[in-house]
Design a protein around this ligand. Structure first.
Ligand code: ADP
Ligand code: TPW
Ligand code: MG
Length: 580
């Protein structure tokens, strides 16, 4: 253990001057800066209020939120977008707990993030003597993240921050908790010793090169396929191996299916994209190569009705060896980082690789054209009140004309239909609810997307989904971020039409009818618009995207337009007593 912690009695310098001192506050700031971590998302309070001020004074961008959960979601998606851990800073117990949901979310989604939380004094917490905001935070965080560390001595701050960074980004990325007790911030030590105690993390996420035998095995299986399919997941988007992935897909000629946040890795309009032929390719493929996608519930666990009866062989590329065989047998596991794996596969394919069989690619293309044609007229309707397709037809064009904009999306029908309708053209432009389908990521993602990329953001939000983080419109106005929020207001969760037949209370899924979410944005100086037709919506969104001013458009939708739970109503348990 380092001992330089308590030292108020520093050795005098040669000239007899006072030695230069530093403290816990500045060592944490310096450790973050040394590692290129220059943005913090958080909420101030004891014991980190001054820390935020000092960090700002030292050139760190500090984004102060209205609720820690939203700051945490911002940090999590910053990690996804940048491959560096997003930093969330919270106060003790309640602030920590508010941030913890986002830390667990980051871990579940494989986003690198560090939750830094102030905490009460160990001596008091461990004896449960009732300190201000007392809680054994480290113990609670442990089960919800990849790693959890506590620093007790200023001289260990450099090591603590380095360990947190490495743990979050190496291997499968995820959330890390760093516990900093209040007393640590005020600890003083010699500045030179402090500087020396800091660690610049070298090669934080080392390349993991796949075994040549694993590559050969995977290529043999792919070569044997009559009806191959490539599934791209958000791990592939995270890896930032965009050119190599495009080359692999195009050289192989294999149809590809992007998972939600992998959309745009290759454009959804690419001739090999099978997004609009999803059920056909899942059912009829014989070899499936997964690249940074898990066979979890989002892919029906790789079995059952969605995958049809024909036997399948799975090739899986993932950095996490334990992911293999998690749901079905993986005949060709390729363990390594996606950049290295895809490069090795491309190399192994050599100069003469036979593209995927033309009868299969032709079948997939025909199915896709058929489905696209079927949807086209629905997207052009100008109904009043609007339905989802009428509104999305307009927003689809907005993204087509602005492929650099970032799309944030949450809700049920609002999520499922937006994902299906809006084509993405560039990597990491679509951010959404992720693996848990969690509501509330919206405003945190908008803020981080604008801050980290400098690009305009369009958020398409269910009215329920928006409510989980709606207060952050003030944050968006305060930092003057180029965010346009469209609330699909159908008066409730899934639909606004439920009626409670037995009392005066409203049904559990409905909200105040005719609510005006646009007024929330106006309350903080942003632009609010009430749009009742696709034409009005189009004008308002274009104006917002052109001006970059914080805007909220209340898009009035037919309350009867949606369906229960969007596309996943089948996951609802059924009661035998349920009335018909
Ligand atoms: P989706 O929801 O898009 O299907 P998942 O979150 O289920 O995607 O899967 C992402 C997978 O990508 C995880 O299993 C994770 O281990 C993997 N992954 C993340 N980053 C990398 C990387 N750089 N190289 C290889 N695999 C990665
Ligand atoms: C943290 C459960 C899933 S979808 C949804 C809820 C509450 C809202 C759907 O209504 P919305 O969309 O947003 O208005 P639309 O278009 O269908 O009307 N709590 C959390 N996460 C989840 N997923 C839920 C609850 C849920
Ligand atoms: Mg709704």
């Amino acid at each position: 253990m380092a001992q330089a912690t308590t030292l108020n009695e520093q050795p005098k310098t040669a000239g007899g001057d006072e030695p230069e001192l530093t403290d816990g506050f500045h060592l944490v700031i310096d450790a973050l800066k040394l590692n290129g971590l220059t943005t913090i998302y958080g909420v101030p309070g004891i014991p980190i209020t001054d820390f935020g001020r000092m960090a700002q004074a030292e050139g760190i961008r500090v984004l102060s939120f209205r609720h820690e959960q939203n700051a945490g979601y911002a940090a999590a998606i910053a990690g996804f977008l940048t491959k560096k851990p997003g930093i969330c800073l919270t106060v003790s117990a309640p602030g920590f707990l508010n941030g913890l949901t986002a830390l667990a979310h980051a871990t579940t989604n494989c986003y690198p993030m560090i939750l830094i939380s102030g905490s009460s004094e160990r001596e008091v917490v461990d004896l449960q003597q009732g300190d201000y905001e007392e809680m054994d935070q480290l113990a609670i965080a442990k089960s919800l993240c990849k790693a959890a560390f506590r620093v007790l001595h200023a001289a260990d701050i450099g090591i603590g921050v380095a360990r947190a960074i490495r743990a979050s980004v190496s291997g499968r990325p995820g959330g890390v908790y760093l516990d900093l007790p209040a007393k640590l911030f005020g600890q003083v030590m010699n500045a030179e010793a402090g500087r020396k105690s800091l660690v610049k993390v070298i090669d934080a996420a080392p390349a993991q090169i796949p075994a040549p035998s694993a590559i050969a095995r995977a290529l043999d299986v792919l070569k044997s396929a009559k009806r191959p399919l490539i599934i791209l997941g958000k791990g592939a988007a995270y890896a930032q191996a965009d050119e190599a992935i495009k080359a692999l897909v195009e050289k192989s000629g294999v149809p590809f299916l992007p998972m939600s946040m992998a959309k745009g890795l290759l454009p959804d309009t690419h001739p090999q994209c099978a997004g609009a032929a999803r059920s056909t390719v899942l059912k009829d493929s014989d070899v499936v190569m997964l690249i940074g996608a898990r066979l979890n519930w989002l892919l029906s666990h790789g079995k059952g009705k969605a995958w049809g009866d024909a036997p399948k062989k799975f090739i899986q590329i993932d950095i996490e060896p334990k992911e293999m065989d998690s749901n079905v047998e993986i005949v060709a596991p390729v363990v390594g980082d996606i950049g290295s794996c895809v490069a090795a596969l491309l190399d192994g394919m050599g100069a003469k690789w036979n593209a995927a069989p033309a009868d299969w690619t032709g079948t997939v293309a025909a199915k896709r054209e058929e489905n696209v044609a079927k949807m086209a007229p629905r997207l052009m309707n100008n109904n009043n009140p609007m339905d989802y397709h009428g509104a999305l037809g307009v927003l689809r064009t907005v993204i087509k004309e602005r492929p650099d904009a970032i799309l944030v999306n949450e809700g049920a029908n609002t999520l499922d239909l937006t994902r299906g309708v809006i084509d993405m053209y560039k990597p990491r432009k679509r951010l959404d609810v992720g693996t848990w389908g969690v509501m509330g990521i919206g405003m945190g993602q908008c803020i981080a997307a604008a801050v980290e990329t400098g690009k305009p953001v369009l958020a398409i939000e269910g009215d329920s989904a928006f409510g989980f983080s709606g207060m952050e419109v003030e944050t968006i106005c305060r930092y003057e971020l180029p965010v346009c929020i469209v609330v699909f207001n159908n008066d409730g969760i899934y639909r606004g039409t439920d009626v409670n037949a037995v009392s005066k209370d409203p049904a559990p899924t409905v909200f105040v009818k005719g609510a005006r979410y646009d007024k929330m944005m106006e309350a903080f100086g942003g632009v609010g618009v009430n749009a009742t037709t696709p034409d009005e919506l189009k004008r308002a969104v274009n104006a917002a995207m052109d001006s970059g001013r914080p805007t909220l458009i209340n898009a009035v939708l037919d309350p009867a337009a949606g369906s229960e739970s969007g596309r996943i109503g089948n996951l609802n348990p059924q009661s035998v007593l349920k009335k018909k």
